[in-house]
Write a protein that binds this ligand. Structure first.
Ligand SMILES: [Fe+2]
Length: 360
C-alpha cells in the first residue's frame, strides 16, 4: 500500500478529512517533549476527534515504553495513531501500531510481525530521520538496540508542516540535518541502491545543500525544503537501508551522548575517504560529489570535514582513547553488509582511531 505524503500548513483540515474518510473517532497522540514548544500545538489540538496523549518515552525509547503505549491505546479504545515529533516519537508510534495487533501474552519482539489496519499518521517535527516514510523503527530492549522492520510500519500518511521546524533549537537542527545528509549519501552507495533510491538520494542531497543556509537561519523556504529533503532521504533508505557510517555511529551516541545525526556525520567522511582510496564505485562517488556541488570526490570529502568543523565548532565532544575496543566491538555486522566495501575489524579500528583523534 502506498503512502500519501502531504505538504501543508492546513494540518487540522487534512487530519479531519482523514478521520472522516476512515470513520476515526478517537486517536492516540504520540508526542515527544518538543510538542509543548511547537508553534502549531494549540492549532493541532483543534482536531475534531477525541484524543489521548502518550508521551512516556525518551529519545532512545525502551521496549517497555512501547508496551505501555500499546496498553494506553487499547484501554482508551483509540482507533488510530497520530505521531507528532522527531524520529523517536514516530518510531514509538510505529511499534504501538504494529504490536497492537499482536498477542500481549508474550514478548512482541519474539513474535512474528503481522500487518493490521490501525491507521498511522506521522507529522515530523525535525528534518532528519525521514522516519515518517520508512519501514524501520529503533527501540532498546535490555540495553540493546533493536531494529524493528516491517512493511506495515510505513505510516499511511506523512504530513509535512514546515512550521514545526521554527522552534527547533539550532544544535538539534544541525544534527538532524546531518542525519538526512548522511542517509542520502549512504543510501546512494549502499549495495542495495536502485535507480529509484538514487533519484531520492540525489534530490535530497541537492536540496540539503541548496537550503542549508536558509534552514539554519529559519527561513520559510529553507525549513520547508529541508523537511522535503529529509523525507526524500528517508524514502531512499527505506529502499536501501543505511551502511557503515550508521553502524559505526550508534556506540558514539550511547557512550558519549552524541546526537544521532552528528555521530553519523563524524564517521562518514573518514569512511568515504577510506573507500575512495581503494578505487571502488568511482562513477557513483563522483555523482555524489557533484550532487554536493563539488568537482571531484576529494573536494567533496574535504567539504564534509570542513562542514563538521564549522557547524559544530561550539559544541565540544570529548572521547576517551581507552574506549577503542568497546567501539570496535559495537559495530553491527548486518549493517556492514550494505556497505559497498567490506570492512575488517582492523580497518574499523583504524577508522575509529582517526575519528577519535580530534576529540581526545
Ligand atoms: Fe539516521
Amino acid at each position: 500500500m502506498g503512502q500519501q505524503i502531504i505538504l501543508t500548513t492546513e494540518v487540522v483540515e487534512r487530519l479531519n478529512n482523514i478521520f472522516d474518510s476512515k470513520c476515526i473517532s478517537k486517536v492516540l497522540l504520540v508526542c515527544d517533549s518538543a510538542f509543548d514548544y511547537l508553534q502549531t500545538k494549540e492549532e493541532y489540538l483543534k482536531i475534531k476527534v477525541e484524543y489521548v496523549f502518550f508521551n512516556q518515552f525518551t529519545s532512545n525509547p525502551f521496549y517497555e515504553d512501547v508496551v505501555e503505549g500499546v496498553k494506553v491505546f487499547k484501554d482508551s479504545k483509540c482507533d488510530a495513531i497520530v505521531a507528532i515529533g522527531g524520529g523517536s516519537a514516530i518510531d514509538v508510534a510505529k511499534c504501538i501500531k504494529l504490536y497492537s495487533g499482536m498477542s500481549d501474552s508474550s514478548n512482541y519482539l519474539e513474535q512474528e510481525c503481522k500487518e493490521n489496519e490501525v491507521p498511522l499518521i506521522a507529522i515530523p517535527t525535525t528534518s532528519g530521520t525521514g522516519s515518517e516514510s520508512t519501514k524501520y523503527a529503533v527501540i532498546y530492549y535490555e540495553g540493546k538496540k533493536q531494529s524493528v522492520t516491517h512493511d506495515s510500519l510505513v505510516p499511511e500518511y506523512a504530513i509535512l508542516d514546515y512550521r514545526n521546524l521554527i522552534t527547533l533549537p539550532l544544535y538539534q537542527k544541525k544534527c538532524t540535518m546531518m542525519d538526512a545528509l548522511c542517509q542520502s549519501i549512504e543510501s546512494w552507495w549502499s549495495v542495495n541502491a536502485t535507480e529509484e533510491s538514487r533519484v531520492y538520494s540525489k534530490k535530497a542531497l541537492q536540496m540539503i545543500m541548496a537550503n542549508m543556509k536558509g534552514y539554519l537561519e529559519n527561513s520559510t523556504d529553507g525549513n520547508a525544503n529541508m523537511l522535503i529533503a529529509a523525507n526524500y532521504a528517508g524514502q531512499a533508505i527505506n529502499i536501501t537501508q543505511t551502511t557503515a557510517a550508521h553502524a559505526m555511529s550508534y556506540k558514539l551516541t550511547s557512550l558519549y551522548g552524541i546526537p544521532h545525526g552528528r555521530a553519523v556525520f563524524m564517521c562518514l567522511p573518514y569512511i568515504w575517504k577510506y573507500m575512495a582510496e581503494k578505487n571502488v564505485l568511482l562513477e557513483e562517488f563522483l555523482k555524489i560529489a557533484e550532487a554536493l556541488g563539488c568537482k571531484n570526490v576529494n573536494e567533496a570529502i574535504n567539504l564534509l570535514y570542513k562542514m563538521n568543523d564549522e557547524l559544530f565548532e561550539e559544541n565540544k565532544v570529548v572521547m576517551d582513547s581507552k574506549d577503542i575496543n568497546i567501539l570496535v566491538e559495537s559495530v553491527n555486522p548486518t549493517r556492514l553488509k550494505n556497505n559497498p566495501l567490506p570492512l575488517l575489524e582492523n580497518e574499523i579500528r583504524d577508522l575509529y582511531n582517526q575519528i577519535m583523534e580530534k576529540y581526545i
